[in-house]
Write a protein that binds this ligand. Structure first.
Ligand SMILES: Nc1ncnc2c1ncn2[C@@H]1O[C@H](COP(=O)(O)OP(=O)(O)OP(=O)(O)O)[C@@H](O)[C@H]1O
Length: 355
């Protein structure tokens, strides 16, 4: 089972405070969709609205084309997985998975059959008789997913389920979650403040800021075509150079900056002031005919294995980060020395400047 989720002009207020402002978007059936944003931006509130734990102050949520107004959480075709998995430690793995089925009156043999199917799905075949306490953190995570899937929800809601795991396991579980989602075809709605997680797993991501949805796009589009300065800065690293728009046309613009005119992609967004955003890995050392040039002075650098991060200052003292691929040669410039970087207009974006 799978279903689309329509969020139609949904607002959630708590007293005078608006946690979600007029959100409108459709999550397609079978999609892995993430809400990404800093703490307090309203992600959990939106998830609770979809699950039915909270009714919106205004607007409407539909699941599978059905209006969910007045339909309580246990009547919705959704299941939720929380950060603390709340597995029952004294029950076996199979009993944990089948718990929701017992409540629904399914017989013992049928429950066990379903638990075994789900154990295959989460790549823990034959582990049903183990105790939860005998499993690793990642295995418990998978059992929690199996338990949520046992009741055949059309939409699975996941509230930062990986945040308690260590980095290695988290990265491994990203791939696991994605694979389980693909195998089941269930719509996954995932919330996280970890951009790496959202980019690695999702078909599409909604970036949220202070209750507003800033952009909904695929991971590559978010990274390469951020719609706002906030998205450019929140999803990945970026350099920001403020300036005044000089000219625009055909999808490109030129802004006058403290370092001369610079050109980049520009979609024509009107604003009193603009800024150019360029990612550290899109800056190349030297002037290799890339179109835009900047002079900077190196402050220090950090070796990260596959690349070197160079922290530099522009002439007005503002910071510039350059990511240089590790080509097996030491960097030819030392701290305190000046150097030139360049970038192509296609590798940078001009957006309205934000405070
Ligand atoms: N029941 C409530 N009553 C009053 N304010 C609330 C309530 N629930 C959430 N808020 C406020 O709404 C805002 C959004 O909260 P929410 O939990 O949705 O954020 P979040 O993006 O999920 O953050 P985090 O990543 O920290 O969980 C916060 O400022 C929070 O304090």
């Amino acid at each position: 089972m799978t279903a689309a989720v329509e969020i139609d002009h949904v607002t959630q207020r708590f007293g005078d405070f608006t946690a979600v402002h007029d959100a409108t978007l459709t999550i397609e059936a079978g999609e892995f969709f993430s809400f990404l944003g800093p703490s307090g931006c309203g992600k959990t509130t939106l998830l609770r609205l979809v699950s039915g734990f909270t009714e919106p102050t205004a607007g409407r949520i539909s699941i599978g084309g059905k209006d969910m107004r007045g339909i309580g959480p246990n009547k919705r075709p959704t299941a939720m997985i929380f950060q603390n998995l709340a597995l029952f430690p004294l029950m076996s793995v199979a009993e944990n998975i089948a718990f929701g089925l017992e409540v629904r009156g399914l017989g013992k043999a049928a429950r066990r059959r379903r638990a075994d199917e789900l154990l295959d799905l989460i790549a823990l075949p034959g582990q049903g008789d183990k105790k939860v306490s005998e499993l690793s953190g990642g295995q418990r995570q998978r059992v929690a997913i199996a338990r949520a899937l046992a009741v055949e929800p059309a939409v699975l809601l996941l509230d930062e389920p990986l945040s308690a795991l260590d980095l290695k396991l988290r990265q491994h579980m990203r791939a696991e979650l994605r694979a389980i989602q693909k195998r089941t075809g269930v719509t996954f709605i995932y919330i996280t403040h970890d951009q790496g997680e959202a980019l690695a797993m999702s078909d599409r991501v909604a970036v949220m800021r202070a209750g507003h949805i800033e952009q909904v796009a695929s991971p590559t589009e978010l990274y390469d075509r951020p719609a706002t300065g906030f998205v450019a800065g929140f999803v990945g690293e970026t350099n920001r150079i403020p300036g005044r728009l000089l000219q625009a046309g055909n999808g490109y613009g030129v802004i006058e900056t403290a370092f001369g005119p610079l050109s980049a992609r520009f979609d024509g967004a009107d604003s009193d002031s603009h800024a150019l955003f360029v990612r550290p890995e899109r800056l190349g050392l030297g002037d290799a005919g890339r179109g835009n040039r900047l002079q900077a002075t190196i402050e220090n650098s950090a070796f990260e294995g596959a690349h070197l991060l160079v922290f530099a200052r522009l002439a007005d003292g503002s910071p510039l980060t350059v990511q240089v691929p590790n080509g097996g040669q030491p960097l030819a410039v030392a701290p305190g020395e000046g150097f030139t970087v360049s970038f192509a207009a296609d590798d940078a974006t001009i957006l309205p400047a934000e405070a």
